[in-house]
Design a protein around this ligand. Structure first.
Ligand code: NAD
Length: 485
């Protein structure tokens, strides 16, 4: 009998074999655990602790206790703590990148590396931001000042597409403004959050950042819990609505970063050859599993055929494969649930007789969740592939003649996350961009983000913003002081 065991992929990659919850400054195990899969193979890479409701309660109590002293620290001290956290993350960066690829699927050498590096940069730089006191009035006998005070315990709930970046986007502004946190990562990608939670315990005071993995029911408890003052949520619109409803129990402050169906509009005078590549990556980066991925590409009919041909040519040079393989440009779909949704959408697109300019058939015999780059040539506006958020590597390229009609189509979407306009006449392109009903609009560039640039969706794409002064302010109460002199 062969008793040799397959070595754990985590140990083989130089990673810890075990992950624990971070509660009250301690690393704790749970009574049960659940499997975490590698989406490139669907093999188990490790186990995540299944935090119980009681452990979540302990984490919330610890965060509330830690808030008492953390919120009283001056801003400079909190900033130094958070910058030390960035240093500690930096020291474990390579492990974090590998872990991200193993549980999320994105290529290690490119997209996983850039996600982790961006996240660490964010932590370091956000730590240096603060909201100054605003003096509204200072007369002979009266002073009016506006301060921003911390809220208390923040519940952070994150998705599986960018677990490191979107998680740390919440941690840094939450802590530097004086709040404490309980984070619940997606059950599909819990390990990276547990890992950055563990790292935090060496540098932050106990209870300031708690990470509890488990099922969706933990998210529900967080949103209902009376000791939590704010929810910072990134995920689907359907769940966002539930978060808002249950957060009403104690009128929680709520920030929602939700889904989108972003359009890119290429005008007739665009230098279209030069934008094929950026638009390809804007649509297919992270295998399309991106809230702000371009999900409908409208191209003026005078250049549609040439543009589509060049786009397909470029797409053919891109390799989809295991993210640990340095030759892979795009990885698999992160989980089976999303893969099944794509199978269904591909089938609908095929059954409706729409034309595939590339791809169109998912090879279900593969062990991993691989979906080929797929381009749908000019489907009708009311097709599912145009109207829905696929969250996968499939893109419709739609021809248009009348710009006002396109603007109306873009704005008819219930989503309003972001959009972009591409044209040779910059003023004309800006004029079109100004008419798009989205939280962010780019002209002749795309997917620029920054510490000081607010990001948030309109309509069903969300509420509130992350980043920028407004994002920081979202973690605070406005408090007005009036002093008689
Ligand atoms: P999801 O809504 O299924 O899950 C998100 C998180 O919510 C997970 O941690 C999940 O466990 C938790 N959750 C599930 N049910 C809950 C409940 N009842 N109460 C509280 N929490 C609950 O989303 P997902 O599938 O992980 O992510 C994909 C979606 O996220 C896409 O629609 C995408 O567009 C969106 N997204 C938006 C942004 C943005 O910034 N706007 C960024 C990334 C992803």
């Amino acid at each position: 009998m062969n008793t040799a065991q397959t070595p754990s992929p985590l140990i083989a990659a130089g990673l810890p074999a075990q992950f624990r919850l971070s509660i009250a400054g301690k690393l704790v195990e749970a009574e049960s655990s659940f499997d975490v899969l590698n989406p490139a193979t669907n093999a188990v890479i490790g186990q995540a602790p299944e935090g119980s409701a009681a452990q979540l309660e302990e984490a919330i109590t610890a965060a509330a206790e830690a808030f008492k002293s953390w919120s009283k620290l001056d801003w400079q001290s909190r900033s130094e703590y958070v910058q030390r956290y960035a240093d500690a993350l930096e020291a474990r960066k390579e492990e974090l990148i590998t872990l991200l690829t193993l549980e999320q699927g994105k290529p290690r050498h490119s997209q996983a590396k850039s996600e982790v590096e961006a996240a660490i940069y964010w932590v370091r730089e956000v730590a240096k931001r603060h909201i100054p006191v605003e003096v509204i009035e200072d007369t002979e006998d009266h002073v009016v000042e506006v301060h921003h005070t911390p809220l208390g315990v923040v519940g952070a709930i994150t998705p599986w597409n960018f677990p490191v970046l979107l998680g740390l986007w919440k941690v840094a502004p939450c802590l530097v403004t004086g709040n404490t946190m309980v984070m619940k990562p997606s059950p599909y990608t819990p390990l990276t959050s547990l890992f950055f939670g563990e790292i935090a315990q060496d540098v932050l005071p106990a209870g300031v950042l708690n990470v509890v993995s488990g099922g969706n029911e933990l998210g529900q408890i967080i949103t209902e819990h009376p000791a939590i003052s704010k929810i910072s949520f990134t995920g689907s619109t359907a769940t966002g609505k539930r978060v808002m409803a249950s957060g009403a129990t104690n009128l929680k402050r709520i920030t929602l970063e939700l889904g989108g169906n972003d359009a890119a509009v290429v005008l007739a005078d665009a230098d279209w050859q030069s934008i094929v590549k950026p638009l390809f990556w804007a649509a297919f980066g992270n295998s399309g599993q991106w809230c702000i991925a371009v999900k409908r590409l409208y191209v003026h009919s005078s250049i549609h055929a040439e543009f589509t041909a060049a786009f397909v040519d470029y797409a053919k040079s891109i390799k989809v494969g295991d993210g640990m393989d340095a030759t892979s440009d795009l990885g698999p779909i992160q989980n089976r649930m999303q893969y099944q949704k794509l199978l269904e959408l591909f089938e609908d697109t095929r059954n409706q007789g729409y034309k595939f300019a590339l791809g169109g058939t998912i090879d279900e015999s593969l062990a991993g969740n691989f979906v080929p780059i797929t381009i749908v040539d000019n489907p009708p506006e009311d097709s599912r592939i145009v109207q829905e958020e696929p969250f996968g590597p499939i893109l419709p390229i739609i021809a248009f003649d009348d710009i006002d009609e396109v603007i109306a189509k873009v704005n008819a979407s219930p989503f309003g996350l972001a959009g972009s306009v591409w044209g040779g006449d910059r003023s004309r392109a800006i004029e079109v961009a100004k008419q798009l009903e989205t939280g962010t609009v780019w002209v002749n560039e795309i997917h620029i983000h920054g510490i000081d640039i607010p990001f948030g969706g309109h309509k069903l794409s969300g509420m509130g913003v992350e980043n920028g002064q407004e994002g920081l302010a979202g973690f605070t109460n406005t408090k007005t002081y009036m002093f008689k002199k």
